[in-house]
Design a protein around this ligand. Structure first.
Ligand code: ATP
Ligand code: ZN
Length: 464
């Protein structure tokens, strides 16, 4: 079997044939960097990272572009509410997203383009659309004319033309309620960039068309994003790019949502589990396991028991690999069983793929029990390779780095604070309270609180 992917545009499973032999180009819609990421935000990034790793394992040269929407109404409003410049707000939250992706073991994208850095490409695309009669300027805005492309519009989402109504009404000079905004005229006090049609800022849909084709070419392989993006975002991207004459995406993939109480996890609803908060409760690979073990097209309804189950399932893999390493020496990389490959080729069926991992662990544990170290080591090597494809290899450098650094730093801190507290105890015993207080003040200044208890002094890191 070869790789088959579910294509949203045709609603069928299609065999993957790249445009260029041996190369796979992927564009993923990234975040609007308006706040701290939650687990729903990263689900897509993790899924496309698994896709990328599977393609790389199969010998592809993968180019994966994930964008950053760094200008948007929500960014402007939130920055203004916080009294901060919009660009600082966007930059801070871009960092929060990238740090989340790094911590969760996503390979860095081949390019991470920001919308504000690609205005030239957006102007060029609008010009092509205007020249072909698919777009018009009105009062400083630029709109895409849906009627001019009626026979193709709706082919991704199945949206019927007579049901489409987008954005504001026609007050602004828009000719038809179905038309969508490519470019927004500048408003006083808001950031803007010059264009032949006046100063303004980009509409969201335009950004992704301009950035994807700039990096990946006028036709590329896979376009991915969350299910909420099918309409209008991806329908509009497809319309404007193909109307301009680009081949655009050949396969469309959409990951399902993370929900809470049955509703999409979303900042506006307030039902979110933020990445920094969940990282306090579970290790990064455990969270990754929780988010990649279910099939990407099924909903993950967040629940504590499901998270706990994922944590213990991941720990079984982790402790198995470490147990084999202790017993039999270094564990390298091994072969991928045919069932694992078949599952991954079947639209990235991670639940089946992970079942193969757990079966291999059971068999290998049996080998360990009967003293067949060689069989156990081979099985563990195979488990490492399979889990590496899912970004979950317990022995991967990516976890060792953070874990090792954290452990080493914690150890060093404990030693240093411990010796300072001993000095303080000594000073107190000698009734040298000035020195004792100076030590405590020094620790305090470093963000370390000291509490005296009947069992001796206890130290903690102060919040913030
Ligand atoms: N709950 C979720 N489950 C899965 N994917 C999600 C979820 N929320 C957002 N996404 C995806 O994250 C990516 C970035 O989305 P975006 O920044 O537009 O967030 P959003 O949908 O406005 O969410 P929020 O309202 O929480 O900020 C998109 O691909 C989107 O589909
Ligand atoms: Zn997009």
């Amino acid at each position: 079997m070869s790789l088959h992917l579910h294509d949203t545009a045709t609603r069928t499973m299609r065999e993957f044939h790249p445009r260029l032999a041996g190369v796979a180009s992927i564009y993923v819609c990234g975040a609007t960097v308006q706040g701290v990421p939650h687990i729903g935000h990263v689900r897509g990034g993790l899924n496309y990272d698994v896709l990328r790793r599977w393609l790389v394992h199969n010998g592809y040269d993968v180019r994966l572009v994930r964008n950053v929407t760094d200008i948007d109404d929500k960014i402007l409003t939130k920055a203004a509410d916080a009294g901060r410049p919009w660009w600082e707000w966007a930059t801070a939250h871009e960092r929060a997203f990238e740090s989340a992706f790094d911590r969760l073991g996503c390979l860095p994208p081949s390019a991470l383009p920001r919308a504000t850095g690609h205005i030239t490409q957006m102007i060029e695309l609008m010009q092509r659309l205007i020249d072909k009669g698919h777009a018009y300027a009105a009062g400083g805005d630029v709109y895409f004319s849906v009627a001019s492309y009626a026979e193709h519009y709706g082919r991704l989402s199945g949206q019927r033309l007579d049901e489409v109504q987008q954005g504001e009404s026609t007050a602004s000079g828009k000719r038809d309620p179905r038309d969508f905004t490519l470019w927004k005229a500048a408003k006083p006090g808001e950031p803007s960039w010059p264009t032949p049609w006046g100063d303004g800022r980009p509409g969201w849909h335009l950004e992704c068309s301009a950035m994807s084709t700039y990096y990946l070419g006028s036709e590329f392989d896979i376009h991915g994003g969350g299910l909420d993006l099918v309409f209008p975002h991806h329908e509009n991207e497809l319309a404007q790019s193909t109307a301009a004459g680009d081949g655009f995406a050949r396969y469309w993939m959409h990951n399902a949502w993370v929900t809470m109480s049955g509703e999409k996890m979303s900042k506006s609803l307030g039902n979110t589990v933020a990445i920094p908060a969940i990282l306090q409760r579970a290790a990064a690979p455990e969270i990754r396991y929780y988010l990649v073990a279910p099939h990407y097209r099924s909903t993950i309804e967040y629940s504590e028991p499901a998270l706990a189950e994922a944590i213990s399932a991941y720990r079984r893999i982790d402790s198995f690999v470490n147990r084999v390493r202790q017993r039999t020496g270094e564990v390298g990389h091994g072969t991928v069983p045919a069932e694992f490959a078949a599952a991954m080729d079947d639209d990235l069926s991670t639940p089946q793929a992970i079942a193969v991992v757990h079966n291999a662990i059971r068999e290998s544990n049996a080998a360990l029990d009967r003293g067949d170290d060689r069989a156990a080591n081979e099985a563990a090597a195979s488990v490492r390779t399979m889990t590496d494809i899912l970004g979950l290899d317990p022995l991967s450098e990516q976890w060792a780095d953070t874990r090792g650094a954290d452990d080493a730093a914690h150890h060093a801190l404990s030693e240093l604070v411990g010796s300072m507290l001993q000095q303080r105890q000594q000073a107190r015993a000698e009734r040298d309270f000035a020195t004792a207080d100076a030590v405590r003040d020094r620790l305090q200044a470093c963000g370390i609180a000291v509490e005296d208890t009947p069992d001796g002094p206890l130290w903690t890191l102060k919040d913030g």
